[in-house]
Design a protein around this ligand. Structure first.
Ligand code: PNS
Length: 160
């Protein structure tokens, strides 16, 4: 296992500036950070996994230790297959805690050596979520300052 490798998993449908803020914060702590997009056949997504990986790669080219990939199956199995010691998750409001703690406890039960590390995004992003960004964009309102200009363009194309 490599102590310096952490995995930042998620749906990223689409990646928001809150996600990018967390990636930047995480990359200052972990020498290598693998952003892992879940390939989930059950969840109805707006962007394909390949599109999400591409958007994340475009947005993280300036971060040397950051890589982006996709994964399927259990996160703990994926993390162990990569030799990661830590999972990175963002916590915004109190409402995130229940879901995040459930996942963290379950993951710890399956993989006791894998630590979940929680970080807070900058307060400008505390209320942001991919779901709300999609709703606002679908309603025809700008999402400037919530996602990168490249993601905003892709959202407009998808929803037009
Ligand atoms: O961005 P999201 O949708 O909140 O991310 C959720 C994610 C991808 C971290 C979570 O659904 C996950 O880890 N899925 C993989 C399947 C798994 O390991 N399930 C058990 C979790 S306790």
């Amino acid at each position: 296992m490599t102590a310096e490798l952490a995995i930042y998993p998620g749906s990223f449908d689409p990646p928001t500036l809150g996600h990018l803020d967390l990636i930047e914060r995480g990359s200052r702590i972990f020498p290598r950070l693998l952003v892992a997009v879940l390939r989930n056949t059950e969840k109805q997504a707006l962007f394909t996994v390949a599109e999400r990986v591409e958007m994340l790669r475009e947005a993280t080219t300036h971060l040397a230790g950051v890589e982006v990939c996709e994964f399927e199956g259990l996160l703990v199995d994926f993390a162990q297959s990569r030799g990661a010691r830590a999972l990175l998750r963002g916590i915004r409001a109190i409402s995130d805690y229940e879901y995040e703690f459930q996942m963290a406890w379950m993951n710890r039960r399956m993989a006791p050596d894998l630590e979940t590390v929680f970080m807070m995004p900058g307060e400008a992003y505390a209320y942001l979520s991919s779901r709300l960004v999609k709703e606002v964009a679908a309603g025809g309102r700008p999402v400037t300052g919530m996602v990168s200009p490249a993601v905003e363009r892709r959202l407009r194309q998808k929803l037009s």
